[in-house]
Design a protein around this ligand. Structure first.
Ligand code: PEP
Ligand code: MG
Length: 595
């Protein structure tokens, strides 16, 4: 039966495909696709981990003290029965061989399917046995990671049947093609996706993303936009209602997910999808057109990138430089094993080389808040992670790590123009420390006799305190970049990743607009370069307003560049100035913008 789930529209377009539901787990689970030739070894890895847990539980039984309650022994039997169940082993094997999931992913997918069966049980006692299943999953996952469980007896577990990958509710059966790929587009459904998961999925084409949590500028949303893939986040019920292999439509424009669509709905969305493709083709003709307004103002369109190899795609999309390289993605998901200076130097150099002489703005590490270095560090480790140790605060708290990054960036600057950008500065003391760390990094390279380049130094304007101190920032930095994602979050006290308050996250709030307008005006008055690199820069509905406020440099995901360029080509800045001031002064800017 067709039904719809509502969430937030965060990445435009229509995707139609089969659901790949990623189970959430208390343990860190990596999700990636294996190559067809790895199927055998991956199945063996899953089998070995399961066998190791069986041995572990048998040992536990043998070593059980004589006076232990008999119930415990019986429970271990039940765990063992479940582990030895042929149906479970077969199902895991199928996920690996049919879908090319890695062993951890295959296991959690199957256990999620079983745990749904528990959810549907009438008997409360049986329903509560899900916790035991999770324990078992953790034991196996630990073995897969090479870290066997601390030996402990399981809690109560009831026996259950296992199932093979379920049949889809609608639509044709999925076929595995000879090269190991799958014929129907796949859309990813998850409770939440870490930035690292998103990057791992970047190399494999998912047609769309659906997450139960997240806001418009959560990193799932940002990375989905950077990949130009339709996405809906904050679709709270998605995890419970969408089943593995269901056909789903993601309407990334409306923020709606349609599950199990009827043929007539499928046809309608197929039509809309083709219209979108035609629009894209039309826009692609603007790739080589200079970004000039009707009155001849040249506008700089820059790219936001997440990985060093993203440069060529940015150039292809018409970017004239990188306005924001989010380096934190190089540091994430490595179990604390951070990249050393050489590895970072190679990465920054790759980015510089990829831009063929055009400038690359490299932002120093911006971890914390919704970008934890590792999943192991839970999001709610601190009460308010967005207000805690993140971005420049994190770097200044670990000067050795910070200088390693600075040295790597300075060395890469010997090979092409680099602008060095610092996130989230707010205090004069932070500015002083940051600049002195740069000088120290330079003198360390001098001592080592290593070549490095001259860099421009810039600050992000991400907290209201920085926007209000803009004159002081302009005296001390060569350029500023307004990070509207955080500036909105901190001005309005709205967690950008929290779907519960997403309706209050408003780029057009008069307070936000006043801060943005003042920073641009002050920068222009002092002849310094000001850009916007938050999501606002890539939002075509904001282009004319930002032009009217005097912005001449926009940095966004490459996928958005051509649509923004089209808006620029139609604009006359002489006619926008007075109107933009009126919008900023208005109590209801959205109404004026829509007029
Ligand atoms: C911003 O805050 O606007 C920004 C560009 O940085 P990030 O989204 O990486 O926090
Ligand atoms: Mg930010």
């Amino acid at each position: 039966m067709t039904f719809a789930i509502h969430g937030l529209a965060v990445s435009r377009g229509i995707a139609i495909g089969r659901a790949v539901v990623v189970a959430s787990s208390r343990m860190e689970v990596v999700h990636y696709f294996i190559r067809p030739e790895q199927v055998g070894s991956e199945i063996a890895r899953a089998r070995d981990a399961r066998n190791a847990v069986i041995d572990e539980l048998r040992r536990l039984q043998e070593e059980m003290p004589k006076d232990a309650p008999g119930e415990l022994d019986a429970l271990l039997d039940v765990h063992l029965m479940l582990l030895q169940d042929v149906a479970l082993a077969t199902a895991v094997k199928n996920w690996i061989s049919d879908r090319l999931y890695n062993a951890e992913w295959a296991l959690t997918t199957q256990l999620e399917a079983i745990s749904r069966q528990f959810d549907e049980m009438e008997d409360e006692y049986l329903r509560e046995r899900k916790a035991d299943l999770e324990q078992l999953a953790e034991r196996i996952l630990r073995h897969m990671k090479g870290m066997p469980s601390p030996v402990a007896a399981p809690a109560v577990l009831a026996t259950t049947g296992t199932q093979s990958p379920p049949a889809p509710r609608h639509g044709p059966q999925q076929e595995l093609l000879p090269d190991g790929s799958i014929d129907a587009p796949l859309v990813l459904v998850a409770q939440d996706l870490s930035p690292v998961d998103m990057l791992q999925f970047k190399s494999r084409v998912f047609a769309g993303f659906i997450t139960a949590v997240g806001g418009r500028t959560s990193h799932t949303a940002i990375v989905a936009r950077s990949m130009d893939i339709p996405a809906v986040v904050g679709a709270r019920a998605a995890g419970q209602l969408i089943r593995q292999d269901d056909w789903v439509i993601i309407d990334g424009n409306a923020g709606v997910v349609i599950v199990d669509p009827s043929p007539i709905i499928l046809a309608e969305y197929g039509f809309r999808q083709r219209q979108n493709e035609l629009e894209r083709e039309r826009l692609s003709r603007l790739r080589h057109t200079p970004a000039l307004t009707l009155d001849g103002e040249r506008i700089e369109l820059l790219a936001n990138i997440e990985q060093p190899g993203d440069g060529p795609a940015a150039v292809h999309a018409g970017a004239v430089g990188v306005g924001l390289f989010r380096t934190e993605f190089l540091f994430m998901g490595r179990g604390g094993n951070l990249p050393d200076e050489e590895e970072q130097y190679r990465a920054y150099r790759e980015a510089v080389d990829g831009m063929q002489g055009m400038p690359v703005t490299i932002r120093t590490l911006d971890v914390g808040a919704d970008k934890p270095l590792d999943k192991a560090q839970p999001k709610d480790y601190y009460l308010n992670p967005a207000l805690g140790l993140r971005a420049i605060r994190w770097s200044l708290a670990d000067p050795a790590m910070f200088r390693t990054q600075l040295r790597a960036i300075l060395r890469a600057a010997a090979h092409g123009p680099i602008h060095l950008l610092f996130p989230m500065l707010a205090h004069q003391s932070e500015i002083d420390q940051t600049l002195s760390q740069v000088r120290l990094a330079q003198s360390e390279l001098d001592t080592r006799g290593m070549a490095y380049g001259v860099v421009k130094l810039g600050a992000m304007i991400e907290v209201p305190a920085a926007a209000l101190m803009v004159r002081s920032f302009l005296r001390q930095f060569d350029f500023l970049s307004i990070g509207t994602n955080d500036l909105i979050q901190y001005t309005l006290a709205i967690d950008r990743a929290d779907e519960a308050v997403a309706h209050l996250y408003d780029p057009l709030h008069p307070a936000v607009l006043r801060l943005v307008a003042d920073v641009i005006a002050e920068g222009r008055a002092q002849g310094k370069s000001i850009s916007v690199c938050g999501e606002t820069a890539g939002d075509v509905s904001m282009t004319r307003l930002l032009l009217g406020l005097g912005l001449r440099s926009f940095s966004m995901h490459p996928a958005q560049i051509l649509a923004v360029k089209q808006e620029i080509l139609r604009s006359d800045t002489r006619k926008l100035g007075a109107w933009a001031q009126e919008v900023v002064r208005s109590d209801d800017p959205a109404a004026l913008l829509a007029a």
